[in-house]
Design a protein around this ligand. Structure first.
Ligand code: C2O
Ligand code: CU
Ligand code: CU
Length: 563
């Protein structure tokens, strides 16, 4: 047995240690917020001193409570002894305030973004985002919740007494080495913790309570549910409230995702209810399932020795006590309204293809490239409505995240999203093995000609290894954007069925077939190659057509004969 395995056995999920009350991070509600990033130590296990990092403490950070439309200043003072960045995951802020890899906070300095809170009520979070070091800094402990409040949400009869009937639930796993230090490079993240507490229990009142769940794990998906198959109501996702509560018994969450959950504990006083992970029900090819890849031989080193994989376990033990004086006893039927942009109204469709350099091990690429700080992958004209079509050619699912915007999912493998995924999100899982997800988003604010926003896989190992890209949002009236493709090649011509299109940035193109009557049909690429795409014309009648290709606002047209 190697040392890591000994520790895995000692510190495993089925530990003999006594339960510990769930740590509830303090809140900061002022419009000027001071965060000091610091090193410290934490006793995750009795008698074991682990070096950690936190904001205003040695682990995690305070919960920031922001009011929509307020103007806030956040002073982030870096005392870590090394550089980092802090990103406000989910907040719609300008790129210079977003805290991506370009906004480095040198050791001993303070970074002070200032912005108006434009977001709807919802659950967001903050974490470091220094390129190739994100996993290390998050694993060592820096992460905190950001709860945005607004008038619409405040008018609903919902639990919102922080720490009383409204609880932060930051779920993470960590690995420890033989010296009890955090190990972020292996698949042996055998220790589960909520708000940094291992074997946590929560005293909650016998009424409807609210859990603000963040999957803050570096790689792991969870399939949450409650013991005895107790149903719960999902009222919000990454970007805020759903239109109506969705009653569920399971909800799967990838790294970075948030869930606003109501659970009715009425009448359960004196009993225990467990928030569970049902890992046996996670489909293979998702990190956390029995198999991380599509086939048993696609293993990651150590993965099958990690008892958390493919198993059911308690995440949080809820001990139900007396109700409060004014409990919430019913759930509103309507929460908010969503006006989902219709397909066809977009300015462009961008195609992102996930590939791998070494099957399940990666590194994983997006459109053939690893992240390069000096390459802008896309330029989005301010005001654009865009569809991003994400296709995963790798054997493992990836939780894709985009900064700046919240999106609506159009379809997952061609099917419309279920109700729980019909609200606004900034992370979505793209299934393995040619899985496809399309989302639509409006890029309405925050043009900046030099500082980009990120998009990436939120499995932090994948992100750190380069499964990330960046885009600028630029004001077209300022004359910056040009991504013209005038070199369209199509072949063969005449064509029987499969037509190949070649052009610069063809992977981003929206492709139409126009018949002699002028009828225009959008063609979905059947296959992507590095510099070309194939479309299938077999369903169309013989005759002359035009192929119209739109890339970043410019249009190329070629005539093709179908026989
Ligand atoms: Cu939560 Cu770019 O990150
Ligand atoms: Cu983010
Ligand atoms: Cu990934």
């Amino acid at each position: 047995m190697n040392k890591l395995l000994v520790i895995a056995a000692l510190f495993g999920p089925f530990s003999i240690f006594a339960q510990t009350p769930l740590y509830i991070p303090p809140t900061i509600e002022t419009s000027t917020i001071d965060l000091t990033l610091q090193e410290g130590t934490t006793q995750f296990y009795n008698g074991v001193t682990t070096n950690t990092m936190g904001a205003n403490g040695s682990l995690l950070g305070p919960t920031l409570i922001l009011q929509k439309d307020d103007f806030v200043t956040i002073n982030v003072n870096n005392q870590l002894g090394e550089e980092t960045t802090i990103h406000w995951h989910g907040l719609h802020v300008a790129p210079e305030n977003d805290g991506g890899p370009h906004s480095i906070i040198p050791d001993g300095t303070t970074w002070s973004p200032q912005f108006t809170v434009l977001d709807q009520a919802g659950i967001n979070w903050y974490h470091p985002h220094l390129h190739s070091t994100t996993n290390e800094h998050v694993s060592k402990g820096i992460a905190g919740l950001i709860l945005v409040k607004d008038q619409e949400e405040a008018a609903l009869n919902l639990p919102r007494d922080y720490g009383i009937d409204d609880f932060p639930v930051i779920v993470q796993t960590k690995g420890f080495d033989a010296n009890g230090q955090i190990e972020w490079m292996s698949e042996l993240d055998t220790s589960l913790m909520v708000n940094g507490t291992i074997d946590a229990y929560l005293d909650a009142p016998a009424q409807i309570v609210r859990l603000r769940v963040l999957n803050g794990a570096s790689q792991r998906f969870f399939k949450f549910g409650f013991s005895n198959n107790l149903s719960f109501q999902l009222i919000g996702t990454d970007g805020g409230l759903l239109e109506a509560p969705v009653t569920l018994t399971r909800y799967q969450m990838g790294p970075g995702q948030r869930a606003d959950i109501l659970i009715d504990l009425s009448g359960l006083q004196g009993q225990n209810v467990q928030l569970m992970n049902y890992g046996t029900e996670i489909a293979n090819a998702i990190y956390g399932a029995t198999q991380p890849g599509m086939m048993p031989q696609l293993m990651l080193p150590g993965y099958d020795q990690n008892p958390l994989n493919g198993s059911d376990f308690t995440v949080l033990d809820i001990q139900v006590g007396a109700p409060t004086a004014n409990p919430v006893t019913s759930v509103p039927n309507a929460l908010t309204t969503h006006v989902i942009p219709q397909e066809g109204t977009e300015d462009i469709t961008r195609n992102l293809l996930f590939q791998t350099q070494q099957n399940i091990v990666g590194p994983f690429t997006i459109n053939g490239s690893l992240f390069d700080m000096n390459v802008i992958n896309y330029t989005v004209p301010l005001g654009n409505r865009e569809i991003w079509s994400l296709t995963n050619q790798t054997p493992i699912a990836h939780p894709f995240h985009i900064h700046d915007v919240q999106f609506y999912i159009l379809d997952i493998n061609g099917n419309p999203p279920p109700p729980e995924l019909s609200g606004l999100n900034d992370v979505v899982m793209v299934p393995a093995g040619m899985g496809n997800v399309r989302f639509i988003a409006d890029f309405l604010d925050h043009a900046n000609d030099s500082i980009p926003y990120m998009y990436h896989c939120h499995m932090l190992t994948h992100e750190d290894e380069g499964m990330m890209g960046q885009f600028l949002v630029t004001d077209p009236n300022a004359g910056i954007n040009s991504n013209v493709s005038q070199d369209l090649e199509i072949f063969p011509n005449p064509v029987a069925d499969m037509l190949t299109l070649k052009a610069e940035n063809i992977i981003d193109a929206t492709i139409y077939l126009v018949d002699i009557a002028g009828k225009k049909t959008q063609l979905r690429p059947a296959q992507y190659l590095p510099t070309s795409v194939e479309v299938d014309l077999s369903e169309f009648a013989s005759g002359m057509y035009l192929i119209q290709v739109e890339i970043a606002g410019s249009t190329s047209i070629q005539r093709v004969e179908k026989f």
